[in-house]
Design a protein around this ligand. Structure first.
Ligand code: ADP
Length: 498
């Protein structure tokens, strides 16, 4: 009997997990949310469970109890949580386990410990990892924050212990505002995570975000698969990632990788996980946190390592021994991932919702597309705006940048604005090309004027509309077809910048 794997997630990551489930000979089961009943991922699944979540505010993917009840009804063996939603919710992991369902991820205890950054940090100290100067544990009030801030020097960063996705985080430049920021960050954290505990760190002015991918099994074996650089962020949300990072020397890579493995071993970690570091301008690096799930940007690691991380997550959950040894991991070339979000980079990345009239992805041996949509899909306001990821591999960084840029020029989407023109601007910017960009790039350097042919996007969309209209008219009248052809050529030329 085939094992039944339920995916408590949607969109591109659901399709990604279905692929691994099928590769491992399992049946893939998904939920159909009333909030997007025609989603693309449903077409890939072997079985669909109607979630009937039309009248509830919570989409099924956030409703732990209903997920587990439905899983039991449908004889599910394993649950993969993907990323976001309940993927780092220890109560959900525990509920699955208590009900005899194999949760694909680490134990509820590990998720709980790593979910509280203050706890994770104290465990990191025990493993000998360097930490950003700051409070070692939670601080009780703004007064205590002030005392620490005086000690470490402004600017400081107030962070929520239970935080995620940049919520509950505030930069404080001067003592006069610390009280106000403390209150608003703590309130935000309490509302979002049911936990208002705060801690404080020195705010690094121009850092880079470097993270190491870990794989560990239930038998004590742990390896790392190198690093990713995820410094390109807006409001602490990643927009474009690369592997490896051009900012690490071989010695730093070895130190950071060894530390990540040491930490994971010390805490008895199993499954895929990510150790996040922050790298300062002077080359010092500090442990930031550990993520206990598969990351959005995992494909760049897969492209350079040749290791299928989702396959391994599932195999590890089943108790298999991690047969890969550290010395087997040979990283090959470079990979860049561009997130395709339906957001308008011209207009403060405002979310776009509605129909995708037509979408075309680039194709080549070096391009991997992870997409949750197709032509005709609807982007609703209920979920995240990331609709796809374009991942490109090359033999070195420069070649990969060039190939990625070419791939983005081949991409087209008619109907909604996306972050693709933004990614094109990034790839051509001198600070990206020479790899000196930091987490402040979007805030400090990016301007919408960098978007080339912003008007052409509009002209292109308009031309496409005319094209469809004329195609439609052709059905009823006898318009000569060369009109369409010349319009096609014109649109193509516009897009290719001729
Ligand atoms: P979250 O879990 O909310 O995403 P993280 O601790 O992972 O929060 O931090 C998110 C981002 O915030 C980092 O990638 C980095 O850009 C920035 N950041 C975190 N800590 C610091 C710090 N001490 N100084 C400067 N920037 C920081």
């Amino acid at each position: 009997m085939k094992k039944r794997l339920l995916i408590a997630n949607r969109s591109e990551i659901a399709i990604r997990i279905i692929r691994s489930a099928h590769k491992l000979g399992m049946l893939a089961v998904v939920f159909q949310s009333d909030k997007e009943p025609d989603a693309l991922y449903l077409k890939y699944a072997d079985e669909i469970i109607p979630a009937r979540d039309a009248t509830t505010e919570k989409p099924i993917f956030l409703d732990a109890e209903r997920i587990v009840n439905l899983a039991l009804e449908h004889n599910i063996d394993l649950i993969h949580p993907g990323y976001g939603f309940l993927s780092e919710n220890p109560d959900f992991a525990a509920l699955c386990t208590e009900n005899g369902i194999n949760f694909i991820g680490p134990s509820a205890t590990l998720i709980r410990e790593m979910g509280l950054k203050t706890v994770a940090k104290s465990m990191a100290i025990e493993a000998g990892l360097p930490l950003v100067p700051g409070s070692d544990g939670a601080i009780n009030d703004a007064e205590a924050a002030k005392v620490y801030a005086e000690k470490i020097g402004y600017p400081v960063l107030l962070k929520a212990s239970a935080g995620g996705g940049g919520r509950g985080m505030r930069i404080v430049e001067k003592p006069e505002t610390i009280e106000r920021h403390f209150k608003s960050a703590s309130d935000e954290a309490l509302a979002a995570f049911d936990n208002g505990d705060m801690f404080i760190e020195k705010y690094l002015q121009n850092p880079k975000h470097i993270e190491f991918q870990i794989l560990g099994d239930k038998h004590g074996n742990v390896i790392h698969l190198g690093e990713r650089e995820c410094s390109l962020q807006r409001k602490h949300q990643k927009l474009l990632e690369e592997a490896p990072s051009a900012s690490l020397t071989p010695e730093m890579r070895k130190d950071m990788g060894d530390m990540a493995v040491r930490f994971a071993k010390k805490i008895g970690y199993f499954s895929a996980g990510t150790i996040e570091y922050i790298l300062d301008e002077d080359g010092s690096f500090y442990f930031m946190e550990m993520n206990t799930r598969i990351q959005v940007e995992h494909p760049v690691t897969e492209m350079v390592s040749g290791v299928d991380l989702v396959d391994w997550q599932i195999r590890i959950a089943l108790g298999e021994v991690l047969t890969l040894k550290q010395e087997d991991i040979k990283l090959n070339g470079w990979a860049i991932e561009c997130r395709v979000n339906t957001e308008d980079p011209q207009n403060r990345f405002s979310p776009q919702t509605g129909f995708i009239d037509k979408i075309h992805f680039p194709h080549s041996n070096d391009i991997r597309i992870e997409s949750g949509v197709q032509s005709g899909s609807v982007v609703t306001p209920y979920f995240d705006s990331m609709i796809a990821k374009i991942i490109v591999h090359g033999s070195n960084r420069q070649e990969t940048i060039e190939k990625t840029l070419a791939a983005l020029y081949e991409f087209s989407l008619i109907g909604l604005k996306t972050t693709v023109p933004f990614c094109r601007a990034v790839l051509q910017h001198p600070e990206f090309v020479d790899a000196t960009y930091t987490t402040r790039w979007v805030d400090q350097v990016y301007t919408p004027e960098m978007l080339e042919n912003a008007d052409d996007e509009m002209i292109g969309a308009l031309a496409a509309t005319i094209m469809y209209a004329s195609e439609y008219l052709q059905l009823s009248s006898d318009l000569p077809s060369y009109k369409n052809d010349s319009l096609n050529v014109w649109v193509l030329n516009k897009r290719l910048n001729y």
